[in-house]
Design a protein around this ligand. Structure first.
Ligand code: CAA
Length: 261
């Protein structure tokens, strides 16, 4: 697993911490960094026993400051299209991964960085974080999934205000619009993210994954179809060993031991 621009560690609790590591450029996702992220998520993200994934940025200042502007400025149209296609693929892999993901936003989350956070299931921000989509200042717009994912989270009006102005918002303002779920003191961002991840990691993993699929896929469907999907998914949970263990443990007044089976 020789990656230069990402770091990964897995804790005994089943929580994985994936750090985008290019601090000298505020973790901006140039091709090499994006490729490291993509290769890792596609090939090396542990499939077994990973119960929750935290994504964060290296250093004290940024989560991810977006796509790499210096590199983009020299791209041909074809190269830019490949860059966008690949980012969509990588962010899609994160969104569709059965393992729940938490963005620990430890500083600037701008453009493609904010879009990476939106590809995660849950977002926690440091009180120092700043979020936004500065793309229109560069002659583009949030095109790594941002214009679509953000509108599904905060509604069209506020999303358009953010996208059309390119202005950053504080973590508190992001919270008030549902762009992040929680704001915490800067020094404890990783502690809080780990606590949240650990509380997810303790639960029945197949049930958590099924719930993620129900919410993600169901919210894209017409209600009746979504309700059918929900029934299929809960039925599949009922047939798991973990379901039997969870209910037995409740009746025996003890903590369950889930195996992901
Ligand atoms: N691309 C390339 N390099 C970047 C970068 C980016 N997105 N963001 C920061 N950097 C680099 C800076 O060029 C600088 O490098 P040097 O030291 O070599 O000059 C280094 O990171 C530190 O940045 P600053 O000196 O600018 O730090 P600051 O504290 O003064 O400002 C900031 C911080 C407000 C985040 C500012 O860096 C900034 O505005 N960055 C650009 C953010 C942005 O526009 N992101 C969107 C990119 S487009 C996109 O993401 C497209 C899409 O939809 C996918």
């Amino acid at each position: 697993m020789g990656y230069e621009y990402i770091k990964f560690e897995k804790e005994p609790t089943g929580v994985g911490i994936l750090t985008i590591h290019r601090p000298k450029a505020l973790n901006a996702l140039n091709w090499d960094t994006l490729r490291d992220l993509g290769n890792f998520v596609e090939n090396d993200l542990p499939k077994e026993k990973l119960r929750a994934l935290i994504i964060t940025g290296s250093g004290d200042k940024a989560f991810v400051a977006g796509a790499d502007i210096a590199q983009m400025s020299g791209m041909s149209s074809t190269e830019f299209k490949d860059y966008v296609d690949y980012a969509h693929k990588v962010y899609g892999l994160i969104t569709d991964n059965p393992c729940p993901s938490i963005a620990a936003i430890n500083g600037y989350a701008l453009g493609g960085g904010c879009e990476l956070a939106l590809a995660c299931d849950i977002r926690i921000a440091s009180e120092k974080a700043k979020l936004g989509f500065p793309e229109v200042k560069l002659g583009i717009f949030p095109g790594w999934g941002g214009s679509q994912r953000i509108t599904r989270i905060m509604g069209n009006g506020k999303a358009k205000e953010l996208i059309f102005t390119g202005e950053m918002v504080s973590a508190e303002e992001a919270l008030s619009h549902g762009l992040v779920e929680k704001v915490v003191p800067h020094e404890v961002i990783m502690k809080e993210a780990k606590e949240l991840a650990e509380s997810i990691a303790k639960r029945a993993p197949l049930a958590v994954s099924a719930a993620k699929k129900a919410v993600n896929s169901g919210s894209e469907m017409e209600l009746q179809k979504a309700l059918e999907l929900e029934k299929t998914l809960i039925d599949s949970c009922f047939d798991t060993e973990d379901r039997a263990e969870g209910m037995k443990a409740f009746l025996e007044k003890r903590d369950p031991e889930f195996k992901g089976k």
